[in-house]
Design a protein around this ligand. Structure first.
Ligand code: FES
Ligand SMILES: [Fe+2]
Length: 439
C-alpha cells in the first residue's frame, strides 16, 4: 500500500500546472487502482462527533465495498469496526441508531459495544474456535475539530500527523463548537474527481457563476499547501485585482460578515480582516472540500459510486458556530435524495433553518444552492465530453494548480503496476521549462 507523507510540501513539490489525461475520469481500470491503493491509504471523514452524543450511539460510513460502524462507548470514547459479522459476513447495521449490543440479523450472533463477541446461539454445535478472533474487527478512529475520521490501515500514521500543520492553521475557526444543521446526500452523474475539481479553482466562475464576478477576484487567488492538502484564498472586492471590485466592496463585505457574527453573538476577534472578508477554501486530501468563514462552514464530501465510475455521491453539510446564549442547534440527520431529484436547490424544498441557527441566514443558503446547481448542470456535459477521442492531455493553468497538486499526490498513492503512462498526470513545476505544453 502506498503511503502519502503529510509533511509540508516543499517548493519542488508545488506544481504550477500540468496535463491531465481524460481517461482518469471514466476508466474502470483507474477507478480500480483508486479502490485498491487510494481509499485504504488515507484518513477518511466518517461523521461528526455530535452525531454520537450518548453511549451506544452508532453510525455507518461506506466507501466503495467497505463499511465501517463508529460507536460511542459507555466511557465516552469512540471505537470503530468493520461493519460485517464474522460468522458468515452479514452486514451488521445500516444507517445510524443506538444499541446496547449489536445483534446480527442472520443467525443472531451478538457483540458488545467494544466489539467483543457477546453470545453465539447454539454455541455447542460449532467446532472449537477462539472467541477472541470472532469479535468485530477494529478500525482506527481519531477525531479533530469535532470531525470523526477512520483509517482502514491499522499501521497508518496518526490523524494529527496526517493533517500536518493544517490543524493549527484551522484552529481559529473552532470547528468543535459547530453544529451541522443541514445535510443532504445527492447522487450525481459524473466521476467524483470531475466534481471535486470544480471546487478546486475559481477559473470557472466567469463561465458558470457570472453573478459572483463583481465580487470574487478570481485571478488574484493565492494558494497554500500542507503536504497533500491545500487552501485557496479568493479575495473579495480586492481593488488591485482583475475585475470591478473596490475598497468599498471590502468594507461592505466586512460589515456584512460582522453583522452575521453579531446576529449569533459570536466572538470573531480571533479572525483577521481577511478571514472575515475573503473566501478561504480548503481541500483535505483526497475527498473533502470546505469553505470557512466567521460563523460557520460548508463542507462537501465526494464519494465514488460503487456501481458506476461515472457516478458519485455528494454529501453537503452546512455547519454553524454555536450561538451564544442559545440552545445548540440539533445535529441534522442525513437526508438522501431519490434518484429523480437532480438539484440541490430542489432538495431544500421545505427546509427551514432550525431555530438555534441565527448567523447563517436563508440568504446564504440560497446563494449556495444557486451556485451549486450551476456547477452540477455544467458538470454533466463535462463528463460526456471527457470521452472524446479528440482530446489532448487536459492543460491546467496556475489558477488550477490545486488540481495539479492533488493529482500529483494521487499518482504517488497509485504508483505501481497498472498505472500506465497514458493515465499518469504530468506536472509542470513552478518554473516551466521551455517547450513544455506540446501535445
Ligand atoms: S452471519 Fe451474523 S450471525 Fe450468521
Ligand atoms: Fe462552481
Amino acid at each position: 500500500m502506498s503511503m502519502v507523507a503529510a509533511q509540508a510540501a516543499t517548493a519542488s513539490e508545488i506544481i504550477a500546472g500540468g496535463f491531465l489525461p481524460a481517461k482518469r475520469f471514466y476508466s474502470p481500470a483507474f477507478a480500480a487502482l483508486e479502490a485498491e491503493r487510494l481509499w485504504p491509504s488515507v484518513w477518511q471523514l466518517a461523521c461528526r462527533e455530535r452525531e454520537l452524543p450518548s453511549s451506544g450511539d452508532w453510525t455507518t460510513f461506506d466507501i466503495l465495498g467497505q463499511s465501517v460502524v463508529v460507536v460511542r462507548q459507555p466511557d465516552g470514547a469512540l471505537r470503530a469496526f468493520h461493519n460485517a459479522c464474522p460468522h458468515r459476513g452479514n452486514r451488521l447495521v445500516d444507517g445510524s441508531g443506538n444499541a446496547r449490543h449489536f445483534v446480527c440479523s442472520y443467525h443472531c450472533w451478538s457483540f458488545e459495544l467494544d466489539g467483543q463477541l457477546h453470545a453465539i446461539p447454539e454455541r455447542e454445535d460449532f467446532p472449537p474456535l477462539d472467541e477472541a478472533c470472532y469479535g468485530l474487527c477494529e478500525v482506527r478512529v481519531e477525531t479533530w475539530g469535532g470531525f470523526v475520521f477512520v483509517h482502514l490501515d491499522p499501521e497508518a500514521q496518526s490523524l494529527q500527523a496526517w493533517l500536518a500543520g493544517l490543524s493549527e492553521e484551522l484552529s481559529v475557526y473552532a470547528f468543535e463548537e459547530m453544529a451541522c444543521f443541514m445535510r443532504r446526500r445527492i447522487s450525481l452523474p459524473f466521476n467524483w474527481k470531475t466534481c471535486l475539481d470544480a471546487f478546486q479553482e475559481v477559473y470557472h466562475v466567469r463561465g458558470v457563476h457570472p453573478q459572483l464576478l463583481p465580487v470574487l477576484k478570481t485571478a488574484a487567488s493565492t494558494f497554500h499547501y500542507w503536504g497533500p492538502h491545500s487552501m485557496m484564498c479568493n479575495p473579495n472586492g480586492e481593488p488591485a485585482a482583475r475585475g470591478s471590485g473596490s475598497a468599498d466592496d471590502r468594507s461592505l463585505m466586512l460589515e456584512f460578515r460582522r453583522s452575521k457574527a453579531d446576529a449569533g453573538d459570536l466572538d470573531v476577534s480571533q479572525l483577521g480582516e481577511s478571514r472575515l472578508i475573503d473566501n478561504y477554501q480548503y481541500h483535505l486530501f483526497p475527498n473533502i472540500s470546505f469553505n470557512t468563514h466567521a460563523t460557520g462552514c460548508q463542507l462537501f464530501r465526494f464519494l465514488p459510486d460503487p456501481r458506476d465510475v461515472e457516478s458519485m455521491l455528494l454529501d453537503i453539510w452546512f455547519l454553524e458556530r454555536d450561538n451564544a446564549g442559545v440552545e445548540r442547534a440539533a445535529e441534522a440527520k442525513s437526508h438522501t435524495l431519490d434518484g429523480e431529484c437532480t438539484s440541490f436547490g430542489q432538495s431544500l424544498a421545505g427546509f427551514t433553518l432550525p431555530p438555534g441557527v441565527r448567523s447563517f441566514g436563508q440568504d446564504l443558503v440560497d446563494i449556495y444552492a444557486a451556485a451549486l446547481d450551476q456547477d452540477f448542470e455544467q458538470l454533466r456535459p463535462v463528463q460526456r465530453g471527457l470521452h472524446s477521442a479528440g482530446l489532448p492531455p487536459l492543460p491546467l493553468s496556475s489558477q488550477e494548480q490545486r488540481i495539479a497538486h492533488w493529482n500529483a499526490t494521487l499518482d504517488k498513492c497509485l504508483a505501481g503496476p497498472g498505472l500506465d503512462e497514458a493515465m499518469q498526470f504530468r506536472g509542470v513545476p513552478r518554473e516551466p521549462p521551455d517547450g513544455d505544453g506540446r501535445c
